[in-house]
Design a protein around this ligand. Structure first.
Ligand code: M6P
Ligand code: ZN
Length: 191
């Protein structure tokens, strides 16, 4: 970068779709076949087309993973849908460096941010266009789309946080978000 130079940004987003474009942006998709074991109702999961798209993530990674002092930014779009009584949702994770926090904010649709502390206390925050969420360190986090349109949320997290999916694969969240009588409710997980 030259002294006194004025340049265009290397990245941008499109406010209508929150699509990210530019250098250093990666994209990934999770289809039903990638989410084996995430939903409680395994027979309902098996009855859904394995190629169905559940969510898509775009992220701007300006520095290598694990860099101390950098930030990553992502947008996640979760399709509307259910597997049995559970809503389409992200896998959910703790951070590998468990003392790193994260911000989420909702840009489109409605949903629920489900958070579980290290001592397995689970609660949820409602997500709607304009909702802002601070995820504390040592807290597992996942998002469910409870509405009928795609849920789009932004995320910003430290570049050295990492993703710990193993803990969730082993013991899950202590509660699941299920639709009961048309209303999203947190229900104690079966062991
Ligand atoms: C947000 C961020 C990402 C995460 C994504 C999907 O964009 O928290 O780090 O990868 O949501 O969540 P998960 O990886 O738990 O499926
Ligand atoms: Zn995270």
């Amino acid at each position: 970068m030259e002294h006194l130079s004025i340049t265009d940004p290397d990245q941008r987003f499109f406010p209508e779709s929150w699509f990210l474009k530019g250098e250093g942006i990666i994209a990934s998709e999770k289809r039903m076949k990638d989410l084996t074991g995430i939903f409680e109702d395994t027979s309902a999961a098996l009855s859904i087309d394995p190629e169905i798209l559940v969510y898509r993530v775009q992220a701007h990674l300006p520095v290598p993973e694990n860099t101390l002092g950098g930030l990553f930014l992502g947008t996640t779009t979760i399709q509307p849908g259910r597997v049995g009584e559970e809503y389409y949702m992200t896998r959910g994770h703790f951070h590998s460096k468990s003392d790193r926090g994260e911000y989420y904010w909702c840009m489109h649709g409605t949903g629920m941010l489900i958070m579980m502390s290290a001592d397995r206390i689970t609660h949820a925050e409602k997500m709607f266009r304009g909702s802002l969420h601070y995820i504390n360190k040592n807290t597992a986090h996942r998002v469910a789309n409870t509405g009928l349109v795609p849920l789009i949320f932004g995320a910003c997290w430290p570049s050295d946080a990492g993703h710990d999916y193993k803990s969730i694969e082993r013991t899950g969240f202590s509660a699941r978000l299920k639709e009961k009588n048309g209303i999203p409710c947190l229900i104690e997980s079966r062991l």
